[in-house]
Structures are given as structure tokens and as C-alpha cells.
Design a protein around this ligand. Structure first.
Ligand SMILES: *Cc1c(COP(=O)(O)O)cnc(C)c1O
Length: 365
């Protein structure tokens, strides 16, 4: 029998696996599995979404008003910004424009699960650099570069570990890369980073032709459903991404909601403050369970990667948290069978997660 068959590199890949929202028995759970914003969305963004619009018309293909507002907030040139259907679309575009069969795309062993898929979809080979205490290691990333390397993907803060590579380390990585290798700095969680050590990735992208920085409205801005992200880089890279992206890639409602959300920086600040407070509370409670072999990687993001190396296993904790009503992310397929990635949720969620972990360890509620 004959039927349409995919390219061999496509036949090998599986679809992206999103975070779960149901227990094994089908009970709906509160999601602490997809790093969504527990505060929801900015009221200004929700008001913009409610204000009527003409669904029959195509959106602005260049998202001009949104790019100008992004440029204003971040001190960038609007001509050097491209908006996309989430930052995911734009990461695809960059890899697709630069890599193909025979090429290599490098990322840290533990990084965004989408990265190897991006490489595989274009027939390139994903190459994992060894981590250092789970975090990205500049030395190991550089050691992974070969004559075939076309792109290095760095999520900073990192997902699923949560670690943040300081600006000096990112600069050291960039300085040692060949000029024809693209460095993508994926800053999906940038708004959660302690303002004391904010990234300098935009400055790097402004000065060099091989640096692309991506941001998203999906996390601290609380607009994951609207699918809006953006990148900035040199005119050359912006041109490449523009050629590859969908023509009308950001919907009318996505553009409106993101524009309104940008105008409500108080919401973003509140999201960061809530996240820091609850992440600290959860991290402190987990540190107190250290004698049970439970510990968390340091995180600047809106989640903690919690390691279970004692009697209580990650699988047991996953089940107990589901019984308590919460879905978290178990990542054996990413080489982390003994860890759970737990999104920072509401204060109630933090309290419930702490109580569940303490109970599993036989500590009083
Ligand atoms: C969540 C996340 C994104 C955001 O993807 P969108 O397509 O913008 O929703 C990007 N990179 C990383 C590392 C993420 O965890």
C-alpha cells in the first residue's frame, strides 16, 4: 500500500507533550504543570479582549502598534522586533532558516523540551551539552560546538531547572562562538528574575549579527492563551525570521491583549512579587526536607525543579500531589526521572504542596 510518507527525520519525532491537567482517573486538577500565571491576566488586557472587534478582518500583519509599544518599554528599535504566534513560532523560524540535514543545534542537557524538536523538524541533529549541577555550563556548551553547529539555544532562566546564567557568563559564551553560529537567548521567564541582576541580552543582540533574544507574553504577562511572543536581533536576523513566519501570525485579539498588558507593568511587578514570595516559601519548606533526600535547584523562574533522592520518590510525590488536586510535571522523558517541576501557584497551592510533601515524609502536617 502506498500513502504519503514523511521525510525520515520527521518519522522519528514525536509531538510536543504539554503539561497535564487531569489525574490518571480523569479528575480535573489545578495545573502546576505548565508555568502559567496563577494571578491570571492583567485586568487591562481582559478589558481589551472584551471590547468588541471585527472577527472577519485579518490582523495587522506587521503588528506595528504592538512592536512600537514593546520597543518603548524596552528601549529597542521597533524595526528590529518581530512578533509571533508565541515565541515558539519564532524559535522555529530561526532554526528553520539556518539549519537542515547534516547540521547541529546545541542546547544544554536540561533545557526547554521544544529545542530538540525544533532541530529534528528541520532534519538537523540536536546536540546536548553536559550540564553542571543540572544548569547550563558555558564550557560544556562551547565544547559541543563543531563545524556543523548552526544554532545554540539557551533558555535563561532555564526551563525545567530554573537556573539563571549571569550576564557575564552569557557574554563569555557569545564571545567564544564562531560568528556564523546563531545564539538564541530565550528569555521566557525574564520578568521573574530579581531586578538586581537583569539580563543584558538585548545589548548583546543590538551589537552583534548572531544574537537573537526571545520574549513571551505567555508567562509573567499571563496571556498564554493568546499566543504572543517576540524576538529582537540584527536587521539580518529580523529579515530571516520575517521571511519564515506566518503572514498573519498574531491574531487581532492577541495584538490587542498584549498591547494592553504592556501598559500594565504594575501587573507584571505584582506577578514577580507574588512569585518571589511563594517560590521562597516553597523553597524554604523543601530545604527543611533535605534529610529526606528532597531538594530543589536554585530558581529565578516561576517554578522549582524538585529532586527526590530518598525514600519518597518523584512518582510517589506526583501521585500524592494529584490526590491533593494538583498536576505537576514529571520529566522522565527529559532524563529527569527523579524530579518534578512544580509551577509556583497561588498561596493556597504553595500551602497544599508543602503539606503534601511533609505528609509524604512523615512530618506533621
Ligand atoms: C513557556 C516557554 C516559552 C514560551 O513559549 P510561547 O510559545 O511564547 O508560549 C518559551 N521558552 C521557554 C523556555 C518556555 O518555558
Amino acid at each position: 500500500m502506498s500513502r504519503p510518507e514523511p521525510k525520515p527525520w520527521i518519522a522519528e519525532i514525536h509531538a510536543y507533550v504539554p503539561g497535564k491537567s487531569k489525574s490518571a482517573s480523569g479528575k480535573p486538577l489545578v495545573k502546576l504543570s505548565a508555568n502559567e500565571n496563577p494571578l491570571g491576566s492583567s485586568p487591562a488586557a481582559l478589558a481589551a479582549l472584551r471590547a468588541g472587534h471585527v472577527a472577519a478582518d485579518y490582523p495587522d500583519p506587521d503588528a506595528r502598534a504592538l512592536r512600537e509599544a514593546i520597543a518603548e518599554v524596552h528601549g529597542l528599535d521597533p524595526a528590529l522586533i518581530v512578533c509571533g504566534t508565541g515565541s515558539g513560532e519564532l524559535l522555529h523560524c530561526a532554526v528553520q532558516a539556518l539549519a537542515g540535514p547534516g547540521d547541529e543545534v546545541v542546547c544544554s542537557r536540561y533545557s526547554f523540551s521544544l529545542y530538540p524538536l525544533l532541530a529534528q523538524k528541520v532534519g538537523a541533529t540536536p546536540v546536548f551539552a553536559a550540564p553542571e549541577e543540572h544548569a547550563a555550563s558555558v564550557d560544556n556548551l562551547l565544547a559541543a560546538i563543531t563545524g556543523q553547529t548552526r544554532v545554540v539555544l539557551l533558555d535563561n532562566p532555564n526551563n525545567p531547572v530554573g537556573t539563571f546564567l549571569p550576564p557575564a557568563e552569557v557574554a563569555r559564551l557569545h564571545a567564544a562562538l564562531p560568528a556564523d553560529v546563531l545564539l538564541v537567548i530565550d528569555e521566557a521567564y525574564a520578568e521573574y528574575v530579581d531586578p538586581a541582576f537583569q539580563s543584558t541580552a538585548f545589548a548583546l543582540a543590538a551589537r552583534h549579527e548572531n544574537v537573537l533574544v526571545s520574549r513571551t507574553f505567555s508567562k509573567a504577562y499571563g496571556l498564554a492563551s493568546e499566543r504572543v511572543g517576540w524576538v529582537t536581533g540584527s536587521a539580518h536576523l529580523v529579515d530571516l525570521v520575517n521571511r519564515m513566519r506566518g503572514a498573519f501570525n498574531v491574531s487581532v485579539s492577541g495584538q490587542k491583549a498584549a498591547l494592553a498588558a504592556l501598559g500594565d507593568q504594575a501587573f507584571v511587578a505584582a506577578a514577580r512579587e507574588h512569585n518571589t514570595r511563594e517560590r521562597t516559601r516553597l523553597a524554604d519548606a523543601i530545604a527543611a526536607l533535605g534529610n529526606h533526600g528532597i531538594w530543589a535547584s536554585p530558581s529565578e523562574a516561576n517554578f522549582l525543579l524538585v529532586h527526590f533522592e530518598g525514600v519518597v520518590t518523584a512518582a510517589a510525590a506526583l501521585e500524592a500531589l494529584a490526590e491533593a488536586g494538583y498536576a505537576v510535571r514529571h520529566l522522565p522523558s527529559q532524563g529527569l526521572p527523579n524530579a518534578l517541576r512544580i509551577t509556583i501557584g497561588t498561596a493556597q497551592a504553595t500551602t497544599d504542596v508543602i503539606a503534601t510533601l511533609r505528609r509524604l515524609c512523615g512530618e506533621a502536617g
